[in-house]
Design a protein around this ligand. Structure first.
Ligand SMILES: [Zn+2]
Length: 498
């Protein structure tokens, strides 16, 4: 008879829950029972843990061992708990001293040969453990650097179950004493707006979007991708809190190496990617491209080429700032608050315009694929190649300074509200609380009366007008700001006039 307990962490979406792993050994047939999980989800884990223990040179205990995980997070077994289950059952069977695993957190998936595999989501898991007062965490060696980013964590990296068993038999597991600092964030993101020649309207639109948090549509055949890639560089840097949110999402996506530093992220999925890659997967608990854009930029290049369900499925995350996924008896929400940049060529031709024989109807149908998305996009501008003779544009640093000043102005005005950018201000507050100058209001009224803007679309123009006023350093939008917002709404070819 023996009993042992230890801890692990379970993840639902990004919320991490510390769980108790308890093992009891009693006389009986050598067998491992996992309490509370559906048999289907348990048997691969049972086979894995058994093989890993046998391949670590330790005998399989000749007794009946029952392991329970509480609170149980049904109905999916998370392989990150493998290591905790293995040490708990070995301790219950007397193979290792139970007191040495007590109060520790064990994270890691076991391979059949006893190797300890890296897992996704170490950052939110270790953060939850430390918050729960459990600072000593055993993690796969590949995840040690990531785990060590959590202040207060004492990280113990391991690579083999045999090694873990050996260390626990002879003492405690050794701490991670690798104190060398993380390498500086790679400067591979050193793209600059000075590289984009000409395209003054699109550059201005990019600046307005950065300043107000508005979404952007670039139409035409031109350097849309160059512009989108330069948007993170003119956005205000992430705060400590938002940088942590972003880092946790990248950790859960298994891309922790990509989220470093204070530059907002850029996520640019290709139109051939699966819905799971774009929206995320509840079965795998993996966030998708939308969440990898959280607090940064989502760029959909050649937007009409995306599947219609993907385009239409973007509307709810755009409105709510999160992706809600349900399936397999579980539902998760991943954060997804980003600035959207869409671009579209004039027609579906892959080649240049010279060979284009598309009818106006084909062009209309192509653009109509964005019918649900475009009304949510307040700023539109043309892009074009050419203009090689044009002077190099302003550098990103100059534009970023104006963006920051405008953001500070907006944040100051919104100080006693939950919103920080103009794009977030709800329509009722735009009607009652934040009022534009009378001449500006009159221009907007006539735009609605002539059908240029729908009543539903009007709040989006009001928000952009506020951003234009903030960029000028003005107290409230005047006639010029209203006219400017209308121009940005209409875009090059009247895309917005619907
Ligand atoms: Zn064409």
């Amino acid at each position: 008879m023996g009993h042992a307990s230890t801890r692990s962490v379970a993840l639902i979406g990004l919320s991490a829950h510390v769980v108790d792993v308890e093992a009891d050994a009693s006389p009986g047939d050598a067998e491992l029972h996992l309490v509370g999980l559906p048999e289907m989800s348990v048997w691969p884990a049972r086979a894995r843990i058994r093989a890993a223990i046998l391949n670590s040179g330790t005998a399989w205990p000749d007794m009946r061992i029952t392991v329970s995980v509480t609170p149980m997070i049904p109905p999916i077994y998370d392989a990150a708990a493998d290591l905790a289950l293995a040490v708990a059952l070995l301790a219950a069977a007397g193979a290792i001293p139970p007191e040495r695993i007590n109060g520790r957190v064990f994270l890691g998936e076991l391979a059949l040969d006893g190797q300890i595999r890296p897992i996704r989501g170490v950052l939110p898991m270790v953060a939850a453990a430390v918050r729960a007062g459990l600072s000593r965490v055993v993690v796969p060696a590949e995840c040690a650097r990531e785990a060590a980013q959590v202040p207060g964590a004492v990280v113990m990296p391991v690579t083999q179950l045999a090694d873990v068993i050996d260390q626990l038999r002879h003492g405690a597991i050794r701490d991670h004493h690798d104190q060398e600092p993380d390498p500086a964030p790679s400067s591979s993101f050193a793209v600059d707006l000075a590289d984009v020649r000409g395209n003054q309207a699109a550059r201005r639109a990019l600046e307005v979007c950065a300043a107000g948090g508005h979404h952007l549509f670039l139409s035409g055949d031109g350097p849309a991708t160059m512009l989108a890639e330069r948007l993170p560089g003119i956005l205000p840097p992430l705060t400590d809190e938002t940088a942590r949110e972003v880092a946790e999402i990248y950790s859960l996506a298994g891309q922790s190496d990509r989220a470093l530093g204070a530059t907002p992220p850029l996520s640019a999925p290709h139109h051939s990617e699966t819905p799971a890659a774009i929206f995320g997967s509840v079965a795998a608990n993996r966030p998708g491209a939308l969440s990898l854009a959280h607090r940064g930029v989502l760029h959909l290049a050649d937007a009409p080429e995306f599947a219609r369900p993907v385009l239409d499925g973007l509307c709810r995350p755009l409105d709510s700032g999160q992706v809600h996924l349900a399936g397999r008896g579980r539902s998760v929400r991943y954060p997804a608050r980003f600035t959207l940049v869409l671009d579209a060529r004039p027609c579906p031709c892959p080649a240049g315009r010279e060979e284009c024989a598309c009818t106006p109807e084909a062009r209309r149908r192509y653009r109509a694929r964005l019918a649900l998305l475009l009304p949510r996009v307040a700023v539109r501008a043309p892009v074009e190649w050419g203009d090689r003779g044009a002077r190099a544009g302003e550098p990103s640093a100059t534009v970023a300074a104006r963006v920051l000043a405008a953001r500070v102005r907006a944040a100051h005005r919104l100080a006693d509200t939950p919103w920080r950018t103009n794009a977030e201000v709800p329509a009722p507050d735009l009607r009652t609380r934040f009022l534009v100058a009378p001449e500006a209001a009159e221009l907007f009224r006539s735009a609605v009366n002539t059908g240029l803007v729908t009543a539903d679309g009007l709040p989006r123009l009001l928000r952009v007008a506020w951003t234009l006023a903030d960029l000028r350093g003005a107290d409230r939008p005047q006639l010029d700001d209203a006219a400017g917002a209308l121009e940005l709404w209409k875009g090059a070819d009247g895309d917005g006039a619907r």
